[in-house]
Design a binder for this molecule. Structure first.
Ligand code: GLY
Length: 372
């Protein structure tokens, strides 16, 4: 059965690139990578989950176009996004004699994409790289837009650079090896796009998301295309997050506080925090009279329909009280000159950035959420 092949262009002048979205792209990867190369060799960095599953297919796909591949495998997991593994990666790339005109390939989920992108940004003052994202979260969010980073003990993603990839290859076939939990966590970022900027996408997801979660390839391709198109449009308007790009952080201030409160552990995956955070952002917006009372109910109903974590009470174990969570929100990157910028909403598909939010209302919403 043939499936659609979609492309999304990210138009950023000389930093422009294309996102290729389809089923089975790994096995033909050389078709898109070869035209970018100055010599037929790439250095691939992956992790020890993705490598054993998919590296053989990638190697065959590159080799079919005469491209030789060397690879390096890092441990999987968020803890890899640190100086130690950045150093290891950069030194390995230098050992492989990767030159200024060469291409590095980030082959994995968000951790690999962020770390390898940052390595590429710094190596020889910047080499080009290809993102081949293998998680839903990476395909719809982190591989697009050029944010690269590692974590600091002071917080996530605090050390990094904007460095756009030269190509993104999103092969939905690899999503078939994700656990249901990881897939749904990634879906938290998909639903975010509908909620922040496109009510028609949210309508579409209400009908189609259960089908795509069950494995429908064409609907997966369409959801990734729609998400990437929305992200591309926003990044084109505001590449370095001076304005609109902050909309992509809908649900993230609450989500990051919950992630910090759970020690960035398995208790709460990033996308799960985003989903709960989106529901909280709608609740606060509704209490402030910015959106209707029906909007948060509709958001929560959809997340529940998908079998996702929806409420703070869905997180196992103890959490700090409302003051504790507010304090964690205050450590968010979106604090400027001591003021926390919130992404609030006038309704589904209509988010906006504001610092004008009464923290007593936020505290009341968090207290109620913790009590329920
Ligand atoms: N993940 C948010 C952004 O790329 O801006």
């Amino acid at each position: 059965m043939t499936h659609p092949h979609e492309t999304v262009d990210v138009a950023l002048g000389e930093r422009s690139y294309r996102i290729e979205i389809g089923n089975g792209l790994l096995g033909k990867s050389g078709e898109w990578v070869a035209p970018l190369l100055t010599r037929p060799k790439v250095a691939v960095v992956t992790d020890d989950t993705v490598g054993p599953l998919h590296l053989g297919t990638l190697r065959a796909g590159l080799s079919a176009s005469g491209i030789e591949m060397v690879h390096h495998t890092l441990p999987s997991g968020e803890a890899t996004k640190c100086w130690e593994y950045l150093t290891e990666t950069v030194e390995w790339l230098l050992e492989q004699k990767v030159e200024r005109g060469d291409m590095v390939v980030a082959f994995g989920g968000g951790v690999i994409g962020d770390l390898v992108g940052f390595a590429a940004a710094t190596l020889r003052r910047g080499v080009r790289f290809v993102q081949i994202p293998t998680s839903l979260l990476a395909q719809v969010d982190s591989s697009v837009g050029g944010k690269t980073a590692i974590n600091s003990t002071h917080g996530k993603n605090l050390i990094g650079a904007f460095h756009q990839p030269s190509l993104v290859l999103a092969d939905v076939a690899v999503l078939g090896t994700l656990t249901e939990r990881d897939f749904l966590a990634g879906y938290g970022e998909v639903v975010k796009y509908g909620l922040l900027g496109d009510a028609a996408f949210f309508d579409w997801l209400e009908v189609n998301a259960p089908i795509l979660a069950a494995g429908d390839i064409d609907k997966r391709i369409e959801a990734v295309r729609w998400s990437c198109q929305m992200k591309a449009d926003i990044v084109e308007r505001d590449e370095t997050e001076k304005g609109d790009r902050a909309l992509l952080n809908l649900g993230h201030t609450f989500g990051h506080a919950l992630e910090a409160a759970t020690g960035y552990s398995d208790r709460l995956l990033h996308g799960e925090g985003v989903a709960i955070g989106c529901a909280l952002a709608f609740e606060v917006s509704s209490r402030l009279g910015l959106c209707s009372q029906e909007a948060p109910s509709r958001v929560r109903a959809h997340l529940k329909d998908m079998g996702m974590k929806t409420d703070v009470s869905d997180i196992e174990g103890n959490l700090p009280d409302a003051n504790g969570l507010l304090a964690l929100m205050g450590q968010d990157k979106k604090v400027t000159q001591g003021t926390l910028n919130y992404i609030m909403t006038r309704g589904i598909g209509d988010a906006f950035v504001t610092s004008d939010v009464d923290s007593d209302v936020v505290k009341a919403v968090l207290s109620d959420a913790l009590a329920s």
